[in-house]
Design a protein around this ligand. Structure first.
Ligand code: SF4
Length: 155
């Protein structure tokens, strides 16, 4: 918050997430977005909510007198799945449409083949067309996803 006070930056806080590769017994989180906001409110009771783009993954706020802003990302509570337009392609070509899902396609071999452009387009459209509606639905489908490390999908 001190950074946002003195500089025109947006400081964003992420909820705890069970993606460290060693949280197989993970059940619930302590620092969800409500607790993060309550904690900030103790020191800054007059912050107010800002308008954010519809596909923003953070809920954004401003404290009067601060040069910058702050945001909270409810990545575990998943309050913004309805407007999510994210798509991840890993260094090994895996296509992952949701943080809580397994790869639904792999582009590496396709990219090295003939007519790569149309085949890549086809695979991406297929992956997006079959994506889970929410992170909860994806988690239900891929129950062991928490055994992955967040570093393997880049967040
Ligand atoms: S659909 Fe998945 S990646 Fe998108 S906001 Fe929800 S949990 Fe996050």
């Amino acid at each position: 918050m001190e950074l946002a006070k003195h500089y025109p930056v947006s400081v964003r806080f992420l909820e705890e997430m069970p993606f460290n590769g060693g949280s197989k017994t993970f059940q619930k989180i302590t620092w969800d977005y409500k607790k993060i906001l309550e904690h900030i409110r103790e020191a800054h009771p007059d912050f107010y909510k800002l308008e954010s783009p519809s596909t923003s993954t953070s809920i954004n706020y401003k404290i009067p007198g601060h040069m910058g802003t702050f945001g909270v990302i409810p990545s575990f509570s998943r309050t913004f799945c309805g407007t999510c337009n994210r798509l991840r392609v890993s260094a090994t070509g895996d296509v992952i449409t949701c943080l809580y899902a397994k790869p639904s396609a792999n582009l590496r071999d396709i990219m090295r083949s003939e007519n790569a452009k149309s085949k890549v387009e086809e695979q991406i459209l297929k992956a997006v067309g079959s994506r889970a509606k929410t992170g909860f639905e994806a988690q239900e489908k891929y129950r062991d996803v928490f055994s992955n490390s967040m570093t393997s999908i880049g967040g």
